[in-house]
Design a protein around this ligand. Structure first.
Ligand code: SF4
Length: 341
């Protein structure tokens, strides 16, 4: 691990100014991803700015319009077990509990979950080329072992996927990200927070220099999906594994017909993958397999598998149909094996 200095920020303004004046610095809270990357020498920050004393980044509170605001320092486990989230946004609770382990969820924060880096093998191995880790060095995955990599939205520079489960649920719930930086506050729609790799895969998101995530807000309008939802995660083993494919599905039903739909995929792209056309294709339809299959076709249109991950296209198609079927039947996966008393 390289040498670095440590600064405990006492105020948000202090953290922002320190980050702005030192481009080699990184912010840290739970550290569940960053510390590993520092040990591998994938990340080599000259300074760590510790955010954990910033009380304004803590807590879950109701917004004026009936939504919920989750502070960036709220641990993943607190999100999963908050009664208001469990009641009004259960899709998020299920998404969070599908990720990592209880110990990691206790330490990992909401802001950190958004900003975690890809688990591409080559990104994590400094002996191999990687445009995300070292722009211009090449991509070890494109002609290498790419079983876990993207089938949608990739570029000829990078085919990495975003590893989060929480973010897939937040995308489906149309959350927004509140950030503060040198130019003040701004709110970013979740769909615009993470980016596709294009020709600059070193940038995972649309944060500007010096900006810090302070909260994520769930809109009141998404409470309507509390009855019909499913987070379905398919992976190589049942726990402590990243998604090969995951699906966040949420429906509002009017009798046997679908009146509103949300659908997002994880494990298939550089960001949670949504297409409004796929959701529009469900609205007004009977909640049956034919409609779900059509939505899957729309969502997966343009998929470009690589040498080792063609299986993901069919896996995703079947997972979408299954998750939508679970959501329509109001029989999401059980949380009973995930809850720690
Ligand atoms: Fe790096 Fe992206 Fe290629 Fe992985 S897929 S080696 S993260 S450039």
């Amino acid at each position: 691990m390289n040498r670095f200095s440590y600064h405990r920020a006492e105020t948000l303004a202090d953290a922002i100014s320190r980050l702005r004046s030192n481009p080699g610095a990184a912010v840290i809270a739970g550290g569940t991803n960053l510390v590993d990357l520092m040990k591998y020498e994938v990340e080599r920050p000259g300074e760590l700015i510790d955010l954990t004393r910033l009380h304004e980044l803590r807590g879950i509170s109701e917004t004026e319009d009936g939504g919920l605001r989750i502070g960036a320092l709220v641990p993943n486990s607190d999100v999963a077990y908050d009664d208001r989230i469990a009641e009004c946004y259960p899709l998020l609770a299920h998404g969070v509990l599908a990720g990592a382990t209880p110990q990691l969820r206790n330490a990992a924060t909401t802001g950190g979950n958004l900003n975690q880096r890809t688990r591409c093998y080559y990104f994590n191995d400094v002996a191999t080329p990687c445009n995300k880790r070292e722009p211009g060095s090449g991509c070890g995955a494109i002609d290498g072992v790419n079983r876990i990599h993207a089938i949608l939205g990739a570029s000829d520079r990078c085919i990495a996927t975003h590893p989060s489960d929480m973010c897939v649920a937040l995308a489906a719930l149309e959350a927004s990200v509140e950030v503060v930086g040198p130019e003040g506050e701004r709110r970013i729609a979740f769909a615009d927070y993470h980016r596709l790799p294009g020709d600059a895969p070193q940038h995972d998101n649309t944060l500007r220099p010096g900006e810090i995530v302070v909260a994520v807000t769930l809109p009141a309008a998404s409470r309507g999906f509390a009855a019909h939802y499913s987070y379905l995660k398919l992976r190589d083993r049942l726990s402590y594994a990243f998604a090969l494919v995951s699906v966040a599905a949420a429906l509002e039903c009017d009798g046997a017909r679908i009146s509103a739909a949300r659908l997002a995929l994880g494990g298939v792209a550089h960001k949670p993958w949504r297409k409004p056309e796929a959701e529009d294709a469900l609205v007004g339809m009977a909640a049956d397999e034919a409609a779900f299959s059509r939505a899957a076709d729309v969502l997966l249109a343009g998929a470009e598998p690589r040498a080792h991950n063609a299986f993901k296209v069919d896996l995703a198609r079947r997972a979408i149909v299954r998750a939508l079927s679970q959501a329509a039947a109001a029989t999401p996966q059980s949380l009973s094996d995930k809850r720690i008393a």
